[in-house]
Design a protein around this ligand. Structure first.
Ligand SMILES: Nc1ncnc2c1ncn2[C@@H]1O[C@H](COP(=O)(O)OP(=O)(O)OP(=O)(O)O)[C@@H](O)[C@H]1O
Length: 233
């Protein structure tokens, strides 16, 4: 359902992604891992139609990605870029006005689960609470593709744990694929079906998490450490 065909993305002279080919099917939670600047956010932006390949093609459900892909793709930005005088309730109304797939009841349910007061202005919330509002707004979109760029950044470990546990109940894996970039691998790994490792703009490895556990008896964190040490497969 998501396909990258020989995709290269340059920003001026800088090559952010180089000749990446990938196919990802729905029904999975996929973790995109890699060091700072390796190209993870760029990959998500290309799928979200927020950036376009310099070379190659990105397809969602067989259609080449354009800006209109936002009808099929929900994207949680790593930036904290909401209108700070809005409350979470205002944001829910705004999202509902922008996206026909937005489920207001679900958004309220998630805010409730996250113990957030929908009537507080975003500027009065802590960074962690604003992060949770972002997660709620993204998960409340009933679209086939959910992209979450560093959803746990800025959240303290206790909050992260409860959110990660709750995430799964708000995702419909019969209809959706979720792609998450994160540096918080150990906290999120039990959620993940598959991991993709990016280094210097290239996909250098891909693995099914169950297979790592069952066949290789290793966690994603162990696997990552090996990859970083250059021990390969
Ligand atoms: N709009 C842009 N203009 C110029 N360079 C950019 C732009 N966006 C990203 N880059 C560069 O492209 C490279 C890949 O960036 P990207 O944000 O995709 O990495 P990342 O793996 O998500 O990093 P991080 O883990 O720090 O968020 C980096 O060198 C970054 O500086």
């Amino acid at each position: 359902m998501i396909e990258l065909q020989n995709v290269t993305k340059r920003y001026g002279n800088l090559v952010a992604l180089e000749n990446v080919s990938l196919q990802l099917e729905k029904g999975k939670i996929v973790g995109v891992l890699g060091a700072n600047g390796s190209g993870k956010s760029t990959l998500l932006k290309l799928i979200a139609g927020l950036a376009f390949p310099t070379k190659g093609k990105v397809l969602v459900d067989g259609q080449e990605v354009t800006r209109n892909i936002s009808q099929k793709v929900a994207y949680l930005s790593e930036l904290d870029a909401y209108y700070h005088n809005f409350t979470a309730r205002d944001m829910i109304h705004f999202y509902a006005s922008q996206f026909i797939d937005f489920n207001k009841e679900k958004a309220n349910e998630i805010l409730d689960f996250m113990q957030l007061d929908p009537n507080k202005k975003l500027k009065t919330l802590s960074k962690g609470s604003r992060g949770r509002v972002k997660i709620a707004l993204t998960l409340a979109r009933e679209v086939p593709v959910l992209l979450m760029d560093e959803p746990l950044s800025g959240l303290d470990p206790m909050v992260r744990e409860s959110i990660v546990k709750g995430l799964i109940s708000f995702i419909n894996l019969e209809k959706q694929i979720v792609i998450i970039t994160t540096h918080e691998v150990s906290e999120i790994e039990f959620l993940l079906d598959e991991v993709i490792l990016i280094r210097d703009g290239k996909v250098i490895e891909r693995a099914l998490v169950d297979q790592l556990r069952e066949t290789n008896h290793q966690s994603v964190v162990d696997w990552l450490k090996k990859m970083y040490k250059g021990e390969g497969k």
